[in-house]
Design a protein around this ligand. Structure first.
Ligand SMILES: Nc1ncnc2c1ncn2[C@@H]1O[C@H](COP(=O)(O)OP(=O)(O)OP(=O)(O)O)[C@@H](O)[C@H]1O
Length: 232
């Protein structure tokens, strides 16, 4: 399921906060969206997911818009949880799909184990630690087996152990065929995970390419400066 943005622009209060931007993302890969604060990374993800109103241009998925939306999941930086148990949070997206009870129960148990919450099925989600909550958010997204997964800074404010566990879950999902598009401020994480990079600056697409090229020989002075930790 690939996607193309053609001259996409987002304006808020008369000011362009994204674009015009042209971007092609293929059906596979682990794309990391990089760029300084305010570069437009979150806005780009929301446009791709269809939850940000565009002021101009078109977003074209290789399948119908309905099919594209159903095949996507989005994990926010501070995910909103049901104020219910881990079990209920994992079951919720499957109930929406109207799967039968036995199937839901089986998948919930399986995913609770995969995200390290197998012994916490009856714990209320609000009582989980930050890392546990983020793993639950990821499990809730992956349990539907999405073709495309968007993540906005999924490891912000998490400790090393939780970050490592989330990265392992993401790499497993990617290996299993989920296409991932994710923002991060953590360059080490970007290097560990990315197959390709989209570098944003001032609301525009500044550079795009395979991670092996970008991290070794970024094309533009701004991307090089960003990688060196300079303010751009
Ligand atoms: N609803 C809005 N109304 C007005 N301006 C907005 C709105 N949403 C975002 N912006 C502005 O658009 C720009 C891009 O924001 P965006 O959150 O996409 O950047 P980002 O690269 O994700 O930033 P960060 O790394 O800080 O999360 C910023 O200047 C932001 O202040």
């Amino acid at each position: 399921m690939s996607v193309s943005l053609l001259d996409v622009q987002v304006k808020r209060r008369g000011k362009a906060i994204l674009g015009p931007i042209n971007l092609d993302l293929g059906a596979t890969g682990f794309t990391i969206v990089l760029g300084p604060n305010g570069a437009g990374k979150t806005t780009l993800l929301k446009v791709l997911h269809g939850v940000e109103r565009v002021s101009g241009g078109t977003v074209h998925w290789s399948v119908s818009d309905t099919e594209a939306r159903q095949a996507q999941a989005y994990v926010f930086q501070s995910p909103i949880m049901l104020r219910r148990s881990v079990r209920e949070n994992l079951a919720y997206p499957l109930r929406l799909l109207k799967l039968d009870k036995a199937d839901i129960a089986m998948r919930v148990t399986d995913w609770a184990q995969r995200i390290g919450l197998g012994d916490a099925l009856d714990r209320p989600a609000p009582r989980l630690s930050g890392g546990e909550r983020q793993k639950l958010a990821l499990g809730r997204a992956l349990i539907r087996n999405p073709k495309v997964l968007f993540l906005d800074e999924p490891c912000a404010n998490l400790d090393g152990r939780s970050t490592r566990e989330i990265e392992a879950l993401l790499l497993d999902a990617h290996t299993a065929g989920t296409r991932i598009i994710m923002t991060t401020h953590d360059l080490g994480q970007a290097r560990r995970l990315a197959s390709d990079v989209v570098f944003m600056l001032n609301g525009g697409l500044h550079e795009q390419g395979p991670a092996s090229d970008f991290f070794v020989a970024a094309q533009t002075a701004e991307a090089q400066a960003f990688l060196n930790g300079d303010i751009v």
